[in-house]
Design a protein around this ligand. Structure first.
Ligand code: PLP
Length: 366
């Protein structure tokens, strides 16, 4: 079998003719910033997740930073963040002059641990950033129950969870605001950086809209000092085309995930996701927890199968966050996890082949 790349971004582009001709016409008409492409995408993305408002942005990191800023939280109050996530989630807390508090995760679906969350909440807690990591929804209803009781705000980081649903409702629409990334490697990825915030609150929508555009809603209407964080017109047009067929992406990723479950469920030394069937998973990553992780990774590489690690360290292990807490579930997790290829360009045969190699590795190891 030919080399199996983790993702092949070029192969992932649907409707290439349509996309390339759209780019051509935008370039010919010098449409680069704002305009109806951006407004259309915002309208269609908010319709897709069933939120009232969408603000498109330059990237998913800005989305979390701006979402948090719009909540006007008390300076130095505490914001709880799961310890296994991309660094942006934590950076948004620091850049807003808030105190970062890490929380453990659970090992079934890698979402925030309810047990540890309850321990981390105190009088100084002003917000929780819930991360729907790998496309798996966190138990957002339970989190909201606790948060609402204590008047704690909730931001949902859905950078990896476009189309993920808790029960029948899209993630990103439960908390005060939901944030998304359209980085090229994401399930819904653009041709460059991109991001968005969704919310059902008109006042938060207007603040975020101003924050992304120098404090202004229109030209020269600055009400405070904001920043420049815009989704480029070309990128918005591409994302809008990709969004139209996005349900096919989720369907394909679910088919591939089911194939892994079928082939690896009896493999000793591997732990698969344990997921709640009443939710919709978008399978941004298919992560296994395994013994001899580095050896398995090397073995797969030798067999022309590319894998990645999301992430090789937990955020509390990064020295500059100065965290002294120990975490039961996520301790050393970065040394045990491995992300297997799961992109819509992969075939069922490729997943069968990868699973066969993994089973061969473990059958011949002990
Ligand atoms: C969980 C999570 N949050 C935030 C981000 C930040 O998104 P961006 O790269 O678009 O800034 C990412 C992207 O990698 C992510 O995976």
């Amino acid at each position: 079998m030919k080399k199996i790349k983790f993702t092949d971004l070029y192969k992932l582009i649907p409707e290439k003719k349509k996309i390339f001709s759209k780019i051509n016409s935008l370039v010919k008409n010098s449409k680069f910033i704002g305009g109806e492409e951006v407004e259309n995408f915002e309208k269609n993305f908010s319709k897709f997740v069933k939120a009232k408002y969408c603000i498109s942005l330059g990237n998913g990191t800005d989305a979390i930073e701006i979402a948090l800023k719009s909540l006007n939280l008390k300076k130095n109050s505490e914001v709880i963040v799961p310890v296994n996530t991309w660094i942006s989630t934590a950076e948004a807390v620091i850049t807003n002059n808030l105190k970062l508090v890490f929380c453990d995760i659970n090992l079934d679906d890698y979402s925030i641990s309810m047990e540890d969350l309850k321990k981390k909440i105190n009088k100084k807690t002003s917000a929780i950033i819930v991360v729907h990591l790998y496309g798996n929804p966190s138990n957002i209803r339970q989190i909201l129950k606790i948060a609402n009781k204590k008047k704690i705000k909730v931001v949902e980081d859905c950078a990896q969870a476009h189309g993920t649903k808790f029960k029948n409702k899209h993630v990103g629409t439960f908390g005060n605001l939901g944030t998304f990334s359209f980085f090229p490697g994401k399930n819904l990825g653009g041709f460059g950086d991109g991001g968005a915030i969704v919310t059902n609150s008109k006042s938060l929508y207007l603040i975020c809209k101003r924050l992304r555009n120098h404090g202004a809603l229109k030209k020269y209407d600055h009400k405070f000092s904001g920043r420049n964080s815009r989704l480029d017109t070309i990128n918005a047009a591409i994302l809008d085309i990709k969004l139209k067929s996005y349900s096919k992406v989720i369907k394909k990723r679910n088919e591939l995930a089911n194939e892994y479950f079928k082939n690896l469920k009896n493999t000793k030394k591997i732990q698969l996701f344990r997921l709640n069937k009443s939710n919709t998973h978008s399978f941004h990553q298919f992560v296994i927890r395994c013994s001899y992780r580095n050896e398995l990774k090397k073995f797969l590489e030798k067999n022309q199968i590319q894998t990645l690690i999301h992430y090789p360290y937990m955020l509390n292990e990064l020295k500059f966050f100065k965290n002294k807490n120990k975490f039961k579930n996520s301790y050393n997790l970065g040394k045990k996890i491995l992300s297997l290829p799961i992109s819509e360009e992969h075939s069922i045969d490729q997943i069968k082949h990868i699973s066969k190699k993994i089973n061969f590795f473990y059958n011949n190891r002990d």
